[in-house]
Write a protein that binds this ligand. Structure first.
Ligand SMILES: *[C@@H]1O[C@H](CO)[C@@H](O)[C@H](O)[C@H]1NC(C)=O
Ligand SMILES: *[C@@H]1O[C@H](CO)[C@@H](O)[C@H](O)[C@H]1NC(C)=O
Ligand SMILES: *[C@@H]1O[C@H](CO)[C@@H](O)[C@H](O)[C@H]1NC(C)=O
Ligand SMILES: *[C@@H]1O[C@H](CO)[C@@H](O)[C@H](O)[C@H]1NC(C)=O
Length: 420
């Protein structure tokens, strides 16, 4: 399966076509767009890693944070299609009356075509498009959006059914992501049921809260729901003890009390002042939190509030015997060894040795994942977070022995208890 392998290449490829279509010269020096200021996106697709790519004007945004890249061509709508898993996934871009189809980086022969030719019964000047496979939709369908009209295109029979769902906003981009259907409009979005058009009362929500990693903006309020339900990947996670788990993302944390089943959230800065935000990894060891950020380790003594240990921050080299930029780390309860993830390697560091610098004493490959975003070891084993999912192993040993992925669990629903 190979979607938008290189969105950039796709878009570079689009240049050629757009040069023919749009005669106005491109202004390379155009101002950088900031998605955290609030943008209405033109289109969105997911790439081959399942990460959303948003399009706005002549720019695109890959993933949940980071700057825009030049896309060199505006689009009305975009669609990634992979109904047939044995086929290469393809991506369609729609502009005015034209549709461009790409497989990997290549424009498919015969494209661009008129939309009316490639998708008979679907109008020009679309607003949005998304695929809707069985069983999310009753049939393998592409849903097109234009104004308040929604066109269901049956990919097997090519029949088109036009629907109007009064509850639905006019979508300017649409996405099937992690099995849920999302309609974006303005800077907001709703999750909708593509069979009925139903939206429940908790919507709409702000796209910046759930699909983008933005520092606190606007009123500066912190929403627990946002932190639990966001699709943006986590930076770090750690079990403070058998009962309490901390999850870190951007400027915010969520704390979970497993016995009480309660959650709290706030800015990292308000609790761990010196480390401030944007951690790489965290673990707890003997009543202290160790937080890694770039080349530095911040150690805090647990408490209300936690206090920075004297002499910290120190370098990662000194505390863990490794160069900086740690991906993830954990220490199992009662254990003396820290497991540190860097790329596909796991290092072990004996935290009992109190003389610094410490040395990483052992390393082992972790072939199952290209990169682990966050890791935690609690009473029941190890959890590794990768993107919007996590994987449970009954012990560190089982993690090292595993040769196939265990069940994929959703961070938002299973780990953070998001109810939608
Ligand atoms: C998927 O595509 C392959 C090759 O084009 C074809 O042989 C197969 O029948 C298709 N499967 C489905 C379920 O459409
Ligand atoms: C495509 O659409 C344009 C504009 O509507 C029309 O002039 C042209 O003939 C169409 N081409 C084909 C191959 O249908
Ligand atoms: C939605 O689209 C319809 C046209 O299809 C238009 O009349 C209506 O004003 C639009 N609503 C909004 C809120 O833009
Ligand atoms: C992990 O532990 C659970 C609960 O004890 C057990 O049901 C499961 O089979 C174990 N998984 C593996 C892979 O050993």
């Amino acid at each position: 399966m190979n979607l938008l392998t290189t969105t950039l290449c796709l878009c570079l490829a689009l240049v050629a076509c757009h040069h023919e279509l749009v005669s106005e010269p491109m202004d390379i020096a155009k101002e950088e767009l900031d998605r955290c200021k609030g943008l209405e996106m033109d289109a969105v697709v997911v790439d081959e890693d399942g990460v959303p790519v948003f399009f706005k004007g002549d720019r695109l945004f890959k993933g949940f944070h980071g700057k825009s890249e030049l896309s060199n061509g505006p689009v009305d709508a975009a669609l990634s299609m992979n109904f047939n898993e044995s086929d290469n996934a393809c991506t369609f871009f729609f502009l005015d009356h034209m549709v461009f189809r790409y497989i990997q980086e290549k424009l498919v022969a015969g494209y661009p075509k008129n939309i009316s030719e490639a998708f008979a019964g679907i109008p020009d000047h679309l607003d949005a498009a998304m695929q809707c496979p069985k069983p999310v939709c009753e049939k393998n369908t592409v849903i097109f959006f234009k104004g308040d009209k929604i066109y269901y295109y049956d990919v097997e029979t090519t029949a088109v059914e036009v629907k109007e769902f009064p509850a639905m906003p006019n979508c300017t981009s649409a996405l099937l992501f992690n099995g849920q259907s999302y309609c974006f409009f303005g800077t907001q979005f709703v999750e909708f049921d593509p069979k009925t058009g139903a939206i429940d009362g908790r919507w709409p929500k702000e796209a910046r809260d759930y699909f983008m990693r933005c520092p606190v903006y606007g009123e500066g309020s912190v929403h627990l729901d946002r932190e639990r339900c966001s699709h943006v990947r986590l930076d770090a996670i750690t079990a403070e003890d058998a009962n309490t788990i901390y999850v870190f993302r951007g400027h915010h944390y969520v704390s979970m009390d497993k016995f009480e089943g309660t959650y709290g959230s706030g800015t990292i800065e308000s609790v761990f002042k010196e480390v401030h935000s944007e951690l790489d990894a965290a673990f707890a060891f003997q009543g202290q939190f160790y937080m890694m950020k770039g080349n530095h380790v911040f150690a805090y003594i647990s408490g209300e509030p936690p206090a920075l240990v004297e002499g910290y921050p120190k370098t990662v080299k000194e505390v863990l015997g490794l160069d900086g930029d740690i991906d993830a780390a954990f220490v199992c309860p009662g254990d003396k060894v820290a497991h540190i993830f860097q790329g596909q390697t796991v290092y072990e560091v004996n935290m009992m040795s109190s003389t610094l610098p410490r040395e990483a004493v052992f390393d082992a490959p972790m072939p199952l994942f290209k990169k682990v975003d966050a890791a935690m070891c609690g009473g029941s084993g190890v959890d590794l977070v990768v993107g919007s999912h996590f994987y449970h192993f009954n012990s560190t040993k089982m993690m090292f022995l595993a040769r196939s992925l265990p069940e994929q669990l959703r961070v938002s629903r299973v780990l953070l208890g998001c109810d939608h």
